[in-house]
Design a protein around this ligand. Sequence first.
Ligand SMILES: Cc1cc2nc3c(=O)[nH]c(=O)nc-3n(C[C@H](O)[C@H](O)[C@H](O)COP(=O)(O)OP(=O)(O)OC[C@H]3O[C@@H](n4cnc5c(N)ncnc54)[C@H](O)[C@@H]3O)c2cc1C
Ligand code: HEM
Length: 362
Amino acid sequence: MVEPLAGEITVYFYAILFARYPDVRRLFPQGMDIQRDRLLRALLRVVELVDDPESLVRFCGQLGREHRKFGTLPAHFPAVGECLLDTLARHAGPAWTPETAAAWTKAYGIVAQVMINAAEQDAAVRPAVWPATVVHRVPRGHGIAEITVRPHGSYPYAAGQYVSIETPWWPRRWRYYSVANAPREDGTLTFHVRAVAGGSVSGALVHRASVGDVVRLGPPMGDMVLDAAEHSQLLFVAGGTGLAPIRALIEEVARRGGHHQVELFLGARTAAELYGVDEMLRMAQRHHWLTIRGAVSHERIPGIRGALPEVLVEYGPWYEHDAFLSGPAQMIASARETLTFHGTSPRHIHHDPFETPVLSVP
Ligand SMILES: Cc1cc2nc3c(=O)[nH]c(=O)nc-3n(C[C@H](O)[C@H](O)[C@H](O)COP(=O)(O)OP(=O)(O)OC[C@H]3O[C@@H](n4cnc5c(N)ncnc54)[C@H](O)[C@@H]3O)c2cc1C
Ligand code: HEM
């Protein structure tokens, strides 16, 4: 009933939360205009999962662990719960019966408890955030920069994973970036960041970050890792800075002795935007198991012309491969559709979520 009122509900919820509990305001970023609806979307997810307790607990557990980096404490939950239920009551009108209120109170209590427990268990084994010093910054043209950081302390992760980053210029504004390298001996991590038009965190990382600046990292996330592959033949498809996790996976294949056969397709609109192709070609010269093809969709140049999904059909079939896709959401969606249409099992197609990961898990 309240779903169509999402915008109104979200504004009302934060207004009463910050008015009644001003101390909670400091946990949230200054500009609250972006993605304010995530709390409501999470609740809708809870409603969807209500008959599937196992998935519900997994979802709430993940949510609880993710809240650690926001500085959320168990004591904050009653305040949020009170404001949330008051918001629902106000907007649901006559549908908010005593039974509904009692059911929601109970449901919120359970969700909160699962989130709190998961956060506590996580706190026993790892920090909430890792400060990391910028040690290298290389502009790559087209608004892209490679930023290398060294976490203060050990930061275990797997090649292909992504990390949420908070910069000193936009406190409490966390954004996700894929690590572009397999784990290194010196512990450093490299990110490929593209400054999006009007983008706050990406703009700061590309144009402001310099050696010595300290950012904060959340825990590593994501399942697009080499161990997810069942086949030894791998298809890697990358568009734009989507090359970052694919590059890490290629390094990982090399680290493990090159026991996979890898075909990499790099796509861009124009040849000049074919990001990272030279380095990949050098890698292909060193490693016999790696074949690389660049495809350009909006320019006539020698070589492959066309959008990646069409090009894939031409070079297929791929049903005996595990496919790893990374790049713009539109490209991933159509590549996935093309591959499934041509016989690849969805189980063998791997890609990161398009936005807020915790809300994107199937
Ligand atoms: C799993 C995952 C991995 C990611 N990995 C990378 C990576 O390796 N490298 C990288 O550069 N980015 C990556 N991103 C995107 C990144 O997290 C940010 O969304 C992006 O940098 C924009 O953040 P911002 O704070 O600069 O923009 P915001 O201040 O949040 O947004 C400003 C404006 O830009 C628009 N906008 C936001 N994101 C995009 C976008 N991606 N493209 C075009 N317009 C946008 C918004 O709608 C808004 O109008 C990844 C995202 C996810 C979910
Ligand atoms: C049932 C309880 C709750 C649910 C379902 C919930 C849901 C969410 C979701 C889905 C996000 C987005 C996560 C992401 O971007 O990865 C989020 C962000 C956040 N939550 Fe919660 N939350 C809950 C309780 C709380 C509590 C008790 C606090 C503490 C005051 C809190 C503070 C925050 C903060 C500070 C953010 C980041 C906001 C931003 O980046 O704009 N949440 N929450």
